[in-house]
Design a protein around this ligand. Structure first.
Ligand code: TC6
Ligand code: NDP
Length: 267
C-alpha cells in the first residue's frame, strides 16, 4: 500500500542507475507504480534485462547496460532516453558500492575503483543528464543515494570519502542549477536489508545483528523506506527543498557505533 497518489509521476520519465537490483530496483518499481516511465542501467546486461522484463509488467521500463564510470556509456543511456521518451524528469543516482577494508590496506586500484564508481560516476551521470535534458527543459530533479557517513566511515574509508564528495557536489549543483529549475538532494540510508548486503562475506554479515542491536529503533531499514524517501524528494511534495541530505537510518547518523566494522579486522 502507498500513501502517495498513484498518478504522482504520470507522464514523467525517470532514470534509475543500478536499477536492476536491491534498492535501485525497489525505487524503479515504486516510480512505475506511481505512473512514471522508467529507464534502468547497470553493468551486467543479463540481470539488467531480466529486471526490466519484470518491471515492464508495471508500466514502461527500458534498459541499457552502462558502467557509470565511462561517460561515453552514460551518453548512450541519454541517447536511449531521448529516442524512447524525448525527455527526462527524474534522475536517481543509486548505482554504487564498495568493499570493507582498513584504510591502510586499500591499494590504489581498489581506492580508484570505489572513488570512480561512487564519486566520478555519479558526477558523470548528473552532468550528462543535466546537459542533455534538465537544462534545455528548464526542469529536472536529481536524487542521489549515498551512505550514512556523518561521522566518517571507518572500515570503508574509500566510500565515506566518495559519498562525502557526492554530498558536497549535490550542494554545489543544487545552487548552480537552481536557475534552471533543477533540484538536487541526497538520501543517506543506514543499514538496509537488500541484495547489496549479500555481496559481503561472513565476518561482515555477522556484524549485521550487532548493528541492529545498536540501532535505536532496534531494526534495519527496508528498501521501501528508502524508496519512499526518494519519491518524496523526486516529487513536487518537496518543491522548496534542495541541497539537503535526508537520513533514512533509524537515527544511526546520531548514534551508530562506527568502530564495529574496524573491530572485525582484529588489529
Ligand atoms: C553496513 C553496510 C552499509 C553499506 C551497504 C552497501 O552499500 S550495500 C551495496 C553493496 N554493493 C556493492 O558494493 C556492489 C558494487 N560493488 C562493486 O562493484 C565493487 O565493490 C567495486 C565498487 C570495488 C567496483 O568493482 P569493480 O568491478 O570495478 O572492480 P573489481 O571487483 O575488479 O575490483 C577492483 C579492485 O578493487 C579492490 N577490491 C575489490 N573488492 C575487494 C575486496 N573485497 N577486498 C579488497 N579489495 C577489493 C581490488 O584492488 C580490485 O582489484 P584486483 O585486486 O581484483 O585486481
Ligand atoms: N544496503 C544498504 O545497507 C545500503 C546501501 N547503500 C547504497 O545504496 C545503493 C544500492 O545498494 P544495494 O541495492 O543495497 O546494493 P546492490 O549491490 O544490489 O546495488 C548496486 C547496484 O549498482 C549497480 N552498479 C554498481 N557499480 C556500477 C557501475 N560502475 N555502473 C553502473 N551500475 C553499477 C549494480 O549493478 P551491476 O552489478 O549490474 O553494475 C547494482 O544494481 C548503493 O549505492 C549502496 O552503496 C547505502 C547505504 C546502505
Amino acid at each position: 500500500m502507498s500513501y502517495y497518489a498513484p498518478d504522482l509521476f504520470k507522464d514523467k520519465v525517470a532514470l534509475v542507475t543500478g536499477g536492476r537490483s536491491g534498492i535501485g530496483y525497489a525505487i524503479a518499481e515504486t516510480l512505475l507504480q506511481h505512473g512514471a516511465k522508467v529507464c534502468i542501467c547497470s553493468r551486467k546486461e543479463e540481470p539488467l534485462a531480466e529486471a526490466a522484463r519484470t518491471l515492464s509488467k508495471l508500466g514502461t521500463c527500458v534498459y541499457r547496460p552502462c558502467d557509470i564510470r565511462k561517460s561515453e556509456e552514460v551518453e548512450a543511456v541519454a541517447d536511449l532516453i531521448q529516442e524512447e521518451f524525448g525527455r527526462l524528469d527524474v534522475l536517481v543516482n543509486n548505482a554504487g558500492g564498495q568493499f570493507p577494508s582498513l584504510a591502510r590496506h586499500i591499494n590504489d586500484k581498489g581506492w580508484n575503483a570505489v572513488i570512480n564508481t561512487n564519486l566520478n560516476g555519479t558526477f558523470y551521470v548528473s552532468r550528462v543528464m543535466a546537459e542533455r535534458f534538465f537544462i534545455p527543459q528548464q526542469a529536472g530533479n536529481i536524487v542521489t543515494i549515498i551512505v550514512n557517513m556523518a561521522s566518517g566511515f571507518p572500515g570503508m574509508a574509500h566510500t565515506g570519502a566518495a559519498r562525502a564528495g557526492v554530498e558536497n557536489l549535490t550542494k554545489s549543483i543544487a545552487q548552480e542549477w537552481a536557475r534552471f529549475n533543477i533540484r538536487a538532494n541526497c538520501v543517506a540510508p543506514g543499514t538496509i536489508i537488500s541484495s547489496g548486503l549479500d555481496t559481503y562475506a561472513e565476518p561482515v554479515r555477522q556484524l549485521l545483528d550487532q548493528l541492529k542491536e545498536d540501532n535505536l529503533m532496534q531494526r534495519h531499514g527496508t528498501m521501501e523506506e528508502v524508496a519512499n524517501a526518494v519519491l518524496f524528494l523526486a516529487s513536487p511534495l518537496s518543491s522548496y527543498t534542495s541541497g539537503i541530505t535526508l537520513q533514512v537510518d533509524g537515527l544511526d547518523h546520531l548514534h551508530a557505533n562506527r568502530m564495529r566494522l574496524v573491530n572485525l579486522f582484529n588489529e
